[in-house]
Write a protein that binds this ligand. Structure first.
Ligand SMILES: [Zn+2]
Length: 361
């Protein structure tokens, strides 16, 4: 009787241990990083202030303005105090200053391709994606997904996207004048699913709308799927991967600012803010997400005064071009503290590289 009891006790202890161990292994599921880099093209602090005043009645009220790590970056390119989007995006994507107009090649220098953060993540078996409100081959995504001495070499840039880089997800505007032909995309083995089927489709996938850039949010027509909806869909497609880098570009803030068009500019910043809110909702139950919001440069030399909720502030634009004014950045989530020393647009790259090797339990 005694022997039987102790055998039963040993068996019970063994079973309990087995349960504890299997529960532990369930909860110690290892995940790769989910790094999301949101770029407001042309979005200086005054652009953010204008949107915050109009939407919330005061400055510093947008979602990303509450992030724990914040600072400003200088944006000059290799030979100009005032950058363009190609050189600025190259600085983010490769950590190197290049001439304006250059897309991730070593100029000034050898002219060789510079390794991009996208390639770095791919080398580590992680997924990559790009979502933009401009044509997908426009300068900002181009610096992450291709290499060219000229941002205007759209056909070559598109060829590289679909044949060489092969990001898992590409979403945005299309058009023959931007080098994007559906035959090129499909011949390269990309699927072009309906929007509602995107999260379930086998990758790589592409989703295109319109001819060229997406319409401004201010003028938006029914049936156009905005930056926030595309981004939510991209996250749903990527969330079962081993980890990923996702570029999200609010590309038309810059275009409205070139036109000194405050209302359309605010509409674009509002959509970027909504996009960040959606990303934060998605990230709330996860501990492997790093979310960075920044800008490639300031456009328009904007200053704002007055205004209130649903009342546009007075806008003073000093130019229809870009300026050398430093732009803000905001970081939330895993490894956010790593970004506290960032002061120039080239400083992000090494940190983004280091995040690729992080694993989260
Ligand atoms: Zn511009």
């Amino acid at each position: 009787m005694k022997v039987k009891l102790s055998i039963a006790a040993i068996l019970l202890v063994f079973l309990v241990l087995l349960l504890v161990f299997s529960a532990c292994s369930l909860f110690t599921h290892v995940e790769g990083p989910a790094v999301i880099f949101v770029i407001g093209d042309g979005m200086g602090q005054s652009h953010i202030d204008a949107a915050s005043i109009y939407l919330e009645g005061q400055k510093h009220s947008l979602s990303f303005e509450q992030f724990p790590v914040q600072g400003t970056i200088t944006t000059h390119s290799a030979a100009s105090t005032v950058t363009d989007s190609a050189a600025a995006a190259t600085a983010f994507a490769t950590g190197q200053k290049v001439y304006n107009g250059v897309v991730s090649v070593d100029l000034p220098g050898s002219g060789a391709a510079l390794t991009t953060i996208v390639e770095y993540y791919q080398e580590r078996g992680l997924s990559v994606g790009a979502v933009t409100s401009t044509a997908v081959t426009h300068a900002t995504p181009a610096a992450f997904l291709s290499h060219s001495p000229s941002r205007n070499a759209y056909r070559d840039i598109a060829d590289q996207y679909f044949h060489d880089t092969r990001a898992d997800i590409i979403m945005g505007g299309e058009g023959e004048s931007y080098g994007i032909l559906e035959t090129l995309v499909m011949d390269a083995g990309y699927l072009l699913p309906e929007f509602q089927n995107l999260p379930y489709a086998r990758k790589p996938i592409a989703f295109f709308q319109g001819d060229g850039h997406l319409p401004y949010e201010y003028d938006v027509a029914d049936g156009v799927i905005g930056l926030s909806e595309m981004t939510a869909s991209a996250l749903a497609s990527l969330e079962d991967s081993a980890g990923f880098f996702l570029l999200v570009e609010g590309g038309r803030i810059d275009h409205a600012a070139h036109s000194n068009d405050l209302r359309r500019m605010i509409g674009e910043v509002q959509e970027l803010n909504t996009t960040v809110e959606l990303i934060l909702d998605w990230a709330a139950s996860r501990d492997n997400v790093t979310l960075i919001v920044s800008a490639d440069h300031e456009t328009g030399g904007l200053e704002v005064n007055g205004g209130a909720q649903e009342i546009y502030p007075d806008a003073f634009w000093s130019t229809g071009g870009h300026t050398a004014t430093p732009v803000p950045f905001f970081v939330w989530g895993a490894g956010a503290d790593l970004f506290s020393s960032v002061s120039d647009n080239t400083d992000f790259f090494d940190i983004l590289v280091s995040l690729a090797d992080h694993r989260y339990e």
